[in-house]
Design a protein around this ligand. Sequence first.
Ligand SMILES: CC(C)(COP(=O)(O)OP(=O)(O)OC[C@H]1O[C@@H](n2cnc3c(N)ncnc32)[C@H](O)[C@@H]1OP(=O)(O)O)[C@@H](O)C(=O)NCCC(=O)NCCS
Length: 125
Amino acid sequence: MIIGIGIDIVSISRMKAWIGRVGLLDRYFHPAELAAAREKGTAFEHSLAARFAAKEAFGKALGTGLSGLRLKDIEVVNDRNGKPSIRVYGSARTQLDRVGGAELFVSLTHESDNAIAVVVIEGAR
Ligand SMILES: CC(C)(COP(=O)(O)OP(=O)(O)OC[C@H]1O[C@@H](n2cnc3c(N)ncnc32)[C@H](O)[C@@H]1OP(=O)(O)O)[C@@H](O)C(=O)NCCC(=O)NCCS
């Protein structure tokens, strides 16, 4: 059963502006997300913008937005084919459990100045 769906869009130029601000990336992104994005070279900002959109989309799928969520507790990872998925820790795990979420689905896209993410929360069958 689907419990929630969320969508968000993030401006890549806004993300570029954040990159120069001390401590901001470490506050919003899981260390493994930053490491993976750095490996993408020139796609660094696109990758981070899409991942930030995924965090906001997760909050919308929960129905409570970002309140009560530590953003770096939400990690987007890619499998060997590039397919993204979400791992949750700490505050994000607590919020997911609160709504009875058992599985998460995420889809990302980025083009020109925008990155978009959609997140679906599925409950236990
Ligand atoms: C829900 C939330 C994520 C909205 O994000 P946003 O980027 O400000 O706004 P968006 O334009 O993407 O989305 C707006 C839509 O979200 C939806 N929305 C609002 N509250 C929501 C909630 N609790 N759950 C799900 N969806 C919600 C609404 O449909 C709204 O559009 P509407 O007012 O026309 O109906 C917001 O509650 C939030 O937590 N914002 C915090 C942003 C923040 O702290 N960023 C940190 C770094 S700057």
